[in-house]
Design a protein around this ligand. Structure first.
Ligand SMILES: N[C@@H](CCC(=O)N[C@@H](CS)C(=O)NCC(=O)O)C(=O)O
Length: 200
């Protein structure tokens, strides 16, 4: 398998999952500006969506969309690890979290990277994010170490990656101490350290 990625972007989430599952894979870095890979390929010819992540499977199929990639990895290579089994209510709850992170946090945060975003639109996006992170803060306030409870899951990898963008965009994550503590727990995982090192 080959993961197309850009450092510290949302592709870090499937990158962490690949390492958590101890799977064999290679990395190919994509320059978001030129849409060329470090191996010299035209990324738009590989993935017409133009964004990362994309996972090239061993049979040549290209899988896109972060939550689809991470769920494919666990279901195919380690069912019941990092995600409850497909079809269970526990899996549906995990999916609910993944969807929330993707549509409410990830996509809103993404707008803050646009230097042309008008100040009032930036401020509105930050207000929106504040309300959406408040839900996660509340969720973690019962003392659970991870989003779905005692065990680290796909949602924790994804949230960790997205909350890191606070330091790149000026969005103050420190107003959410439970989210900060959660990030510390995720950061301490060996697979996360390996993924961060590889993306340096
Ligand atoms: N819906 C996609 C969104 C992926 C996405 O937003 N990728 C960003 C990095 S986090 C990207 O590659 N942006 C560059 C671009 O769109 O040109 C997913 O969840 O995988």
């Amino acid at each position: 398998m080959k993961l197309f990625y850009s450092p510290s972007s949302c592709s870090l989430s499937p990158h962490i999952v690949l390492r958590e599952l101890n799977l064999a894979f290679t990395l190919d870095r994509v320059d978001p500006a030129t849409k060329r890979t470090e191996s010299g390929a035209d990324y738009l010819a590989i993935n017409p969506k133009g964004y990362v992540p994309a996972l090239e499977l061993d049979d040549g199929e290209l899988l896109t969309e972060g939550p689809a990639i991470t769920q494919y990895l666990v279901d195919n290579y380690a069912p019941g690890t990092l995600a409850p089994l497909s079809g269970t209510i526990e899996r549906a709850r995990l999916n609910s979290h993944l969807s929330y992170i993707a549509t409410e946090l990830h996509k809103t945060f993404g707008r803050l990277f646009d230097p042309a975003l008008a100040p009032n639109a930036r401020s509105a996006a930050m207000d929106y994010l504040t309300r959406r992170f408040a839900f996660i803060e509340q969720l973690l306030s019962d003392g659970r170490p991870f989003i779905t409870g005692a065990d680290f899951s796909l949602a924790d990898a994804y949230l960790f990656v997205i909350q890191r963008w606070g330091s790149f965009t000026g969005f103050d994550i420190s107003q959410f101490p439970n989210v900060v503590a959660h990030a510390g727990r995720v950061m301490a995982r060996p697979a996360v350290q390996l993924a961060l090192d590889a993306e340096k």
